[in-house]
Design a protein around this ligand. Structure first.
Ligand code: ADP
Ligand code: MG
Length: 876
């Protein structure tokens, strides 16, 4: 970002020559020199000089000029009414935006209007609904380091969600960042910036000092030593709070700059949750789709999302991002889902009511920041009003979790009745123009409104009275904002105008008058109106502050509603798509008729598959032709584990699952052709990560490892990895491979089993059964798939024949992989053709092929061999 976004140096130096307004502008640009200052002038946010040029270019608006007594300045203005989209453009371009609002009423001051920066908009601290998607949280993160500990804090300023965690491993910190995916970060002294993929904002290092951080954390959340696990965490939290305050520009918050709605911190240990790093989240397509190819498909999060409100949607994201590993908590969720699955009417009633719930988290955050208007308070009130019904729906619940939520569904009766009494029914968005406070709430206000109303009624009757008095039938009484009330008489009737009429305004064909009496009434109306508006604003702010004082209760309620929404959503999905309640066991994974939660929605005839991985059977090698369903199968097992630990039912007929501490994935080299690194390098980096960090309790998915290199290399690596996982790591592992030779490992390692996908033939076409079966796949499937892909029939048949012959040849691999023979079907195929060829010729070719060591043959040698074989045929 540019260091000086504001004016050229010389402008700033000549401050005496500037008009007071421009002096004010340049003062602010100096103070906020790391942001783009948008400076309110009436209905516009203006930028001047260099900043103006930038804003004009980025936002595609016209660059104009401001001229005053001291000179000319380039100027670009953004209309305040739809500033959001322009601000978004500026954020996207990497700028931070400091909003300098007029903080005085221009009508009430004689000189230049005072302006102050009321907020600094940065990608991680957005609170404007227009700029935030409702479904996702938007986090800003802070990372601090002390000795060898890292502390990480994350806050969503729009909702008040705050988290802290820590570790002595930077890899763990990276995993947590992968989960929360912050959009901005600040980093303390000697903490690294490289774990961040988002914008890293330079921020005052002093905020990270132990003393300041400690004081701030204490003020917001309570004693730091009871809450947080290390000094690094305290520093990260403290600095992040300071940054959140800074971006709030010190207005709309308590005297001391405190953000009242940030009052609860969730400190968690990364080990309390299943670890899901960004590689796993991506390859399992939990929140995003991997490839363009599958862009029509759903993500896991979408597939299980039947939530009714925005808070529920964000909570669901959080549950999927942080699946539990504590059996008790998991089973409590399952129990609640089970109850809701069984109670269709309750579930539907809850869903209906939850749809009427507004985004309480964001509402209360606005209330606390002093940014909520009357409509927001009404939304809050109407949300509180549905709470009793929601509570009643789970009144007789047996589930522990639902009972606990029931007890937390506090409808804040005092706040509710205050809001329904105080706030008008259909208030305008503005707060200073009246219409926000209901009548009957405040006596003074009612009197003022009565004065105003009776004054206006008097004026309304005036027309008839004056027509009577003057005999002028066309006489009219009207009002305009400049001249106020008037009596209008056309030129033809001017001779009949009475003595007491005083001229106010001359129009083309008429004159406008007022009378002393009208003037007096008018003043009375205007005074009453002004006082009423002021009174309303005062009352409104009072009400808003009363509500703000209850923000903790509102947040607790919001949290309970969000959780309930997720449980109802899980139950709805379970009922609709026939999911089963998983049983948590201490050993092994045993799934009957499992399905892939996303693929089953798009595939007309999804074939369910079981999986059984015991302690003694924990490594499964899955073989089968391309497109037979290997990847789908492996992922459905991982997704089943993830869903179960998030608290959901699972897509299977029955599932008995051990708990998993982490899901590792290494998937499909072919899909990863991004970034400068070679795919093989990425593959090996990810593999190294897995082998280093996986434990006995992990679930490891390896899909086609070793593809990025030669067959010999790939096979050797695949084999060594399998052995290492089997002997050293002990993780439950699924390994899909095209290295058919790997299946022989099963014979040597006790806990390795082969499974394969079969194909069958129908009218000469290969049909994918998508059905997993014991044992290894037959090796010739590549040839069959070539047929499916449209390779001409004679070529396919010839290839099959060559293959059959070659397969009787032992592979001269160091691994000593024994040869295997084919099934009878293939032999028959080979037969047909050998009939048509001279026996000697066939023998010669056979002999030649037998000599070949495929593992040691380079592509060039293979081509030569092909040429040689062909010439043998032609020689005939
Ligand atoms: P592989 O990894 O063996 O190449 P995939 O798992 O990518 O195969 O599956 C290929 C396609 O087959 C999937 O996109 C899906 O449409 C379909 N498929 C996979 N498994 C099943 C199944 N169990 N039932 C029905 N269709 C399936
Ligand atoms: Mg695959």
């Amino acid at each position: 970002m540019d260091a000086a976004l504001g004016a050229p140096e010389k402008m700033a130096e000549r401050a005496d020559d500037l008009t007071p307004m421009m002096a004010q502008y340049f003062e602010l640009t100096r103070e906020y020199d790391d942001s783009l200052v948008l400076f309110q002038v009436g209905d516009f946010y203006e930028a001047f000089c260099g900043a103006a040029e930038r804003v004009a270019r980025l936002c595609e608006i016209t660059l104009t000029k401001r001229e005053d007594s001291t000179g000319e300045y380039p100027m670009a203005g953004i209309p305040i009414d739809n500033a959001e989209s322009y601000v978004e453009t500026l954020l996207d371009a990497g700028y931070r935006v400091a909003i300098a609002d007029q903080v005085e009423d221009p009508d009430e001051v004689s000189g230049v209007v005072e302006r102050a920066v009321t907020r600094i908009i940065t990608p991680g601290t957005l609170t404007e609904d227009e700029l935030l998607g409702g479904a996702a949280n938007n986090y800003v993160a802070a990372l601090a380091r002390e000795n060898d500990r890292y502390g990480l804090a994350m806050v969503d300023v729009s909702t008040g969600d705050a988290y802290a965690t820590g570790s002595d491993s930077l890899a763990t910190i990276e995993d947590e960042l992968g989960r929360f995916d912050p959009s901005e970060a600040i980093v303390g002294p000697d903490a690294p910036t490289d774990p961040f993929e988002c914008m890293v904002t330079p921020y005052d290092e002093r905020a990270f000092t132990a003393e300041r951080a400690r004081e701030r954390v204490g003020r917001y959340f309570g004693p730091p030593e009871r809450l947080l696990a290390s000094a690094a965490e305290v520093r990260a939290c403290g600095a992040l709070l300071a940054y959140a305050e800074y971006t709030r520009g010190g207005t709309g918050v308590g005297e001391d700059g405190q953000l009242a709605y940030l009052n609860h911190l969730t400190r968690y240990d990364p080990r309390e949750y299943m670890v899901l790093d960004s590689v796993a989240l991506e390859s399992l397509e939990v929140f995003g789709r991997r490839s363009v190819r599958s862009s029509e498909g759903l993500t896991l999060a979408e597939a299980v999302d039947e939530t009714a409100c925005a808070m529920g949607r964000r909570e669901l994201t959080d549950w999927l991002r942080r699946p539990l590993i504590e059996r008790d908590r998991i089973e409590a969720r399952h129990e609640a889902v089970a109850e809701l699955v069984g109670a269709v009417r309750t579930r539907e009633r809850l869903h209906e009511r939850l749809r009427e719930v507004y985004d309480l988290e964001r509402l209360i955050s606005r209330v606390s920041r002093g940014r909520a208007n009357a409509r927001d308070l009404n939304s809050l009130g109407s949300t509180l009003a549905v709470v009793p019904d929601i509570r009643a729906a789970i009144e007789d619940s047996d589930s522990r979790k639902l009972r606990a939520l029931h007890d937390r569904l506090d409808d804040l009766p005092e706040v509710r009745s205050l809001l329904s009494e105080a706030i008008a029914d259909d208030p305008p968005p503005e707060l200073t123009e009246g219409g926000v406070i209901a009548s009957g709430y405040d006596e003074t206000l009612d009197e003022l409104r009565e004065t105003e109303r009776s004054g206006k009624a008097w004026v309304e009757r005036l027309e008839a009275r004056e027509r009577d008095r003057t005999g002028i039938d066309s006489l009219k009484v009207g009002h305009n904002s400049v001249h106020g009330y008037y009596i209008e008489v056309t030129d033809a009737n001017l001779d009949r105008v009475p003595e007491d009429y005083q001229r106010r305004q001359t129009l083309k064909n008429s004159e406008r008058y007022y009378t002393p009496e009208l003037k007096e009434r008018e003043d009375e109306i205007v005074r009453a109106e002004q006082r009423a508006d002021d009174r309303e604003y005062e009352l409104f702010v009072e009400v808003r502050e009363t509500v703000a004082a209850e923000s903790e209760r509102v947040q607790r309620l919001a949290d309970a509603l969000a959780q309930l929404d997720v449980l109802v959503s899980f139950a709805t999905v379970a009922a609709e798509f026939d999911y089963a309640r998983p049983e948590i066991v201490s050993e092994g994974i045993d799934i009957e008729a499992g399905r892939h939660p996303v693929v089953e929605r798009t595939e007309d005839a999804f074939v369910p598959n079981g999986a059984s991985l015991d302690r003694d059977d924990r490594v499964m090698i899955v073989t089968g032709p391309n497109m037979s369903g290997k990847s789908t199968y492996m992922r459905q097992i991982a997704l089943t584990a993830l869903l179960a630990q998030a608290g959901s039912f699972v897509p299977a007929e029955r599932a008995r699952l051990r708990l998993v501490d982490r899901i590792f994935t290494r998937v499909g080299a072919s899909d990863d052709i991004a970034g400068g690194r070679s795919t093989f390098m990425i593959e090996m980096t990810e593999l190294a990560e897995i082998l280093e960090h996986a434990t006995e309790d992990s679930l490891v998915l390896l899909d086609e490892v070793g593809r990025g290199t030669s067959t010999t290399d790939g096979l050797a690596i695949a084999r060594a990895v399998t052995e290492f996982i089997h002997d050293e790591v002990g993780a439950t592992t699924l390994f899909a491979t095209h290295h058919h030779e790997l299946t022989d490992v099963a014979e040597q390692l006790p806990a390795v089993r082969n499974r394969h996908f079969e194909t069958s033939r129908e009218d000469g076409e290969v049909v994918f059964e998508h059905e997993v079966a014991p044992g290894a796949a037959e090796a010739s499937y590549g040839v069959e798939v070539a047929g499916v892909a449209g390779v001409p029939r004679p070529v396919v048949e010839r290839a099959a024949e060559l293959l059959e012959d070659s397969e009787t040849v032992p592979l001269a691999d160091e691994g000593g992989v024994p040869a295997r023979t084919n099934g009878s079907g293939d032999a028959e195929r080979g037969h047909e053709h050998s009939d048509s060829m001279a026996a000697t010729e066939t023998d010669a070719i056979r002999e030649r092929l037998r000599e070949v060591s495929i593992a040691e043959t380079t592509p060039l040698e293979a081509l030569r061999l092909l040429a040689e074989l062909q010439s043998k045929l032609e020689a005939e």
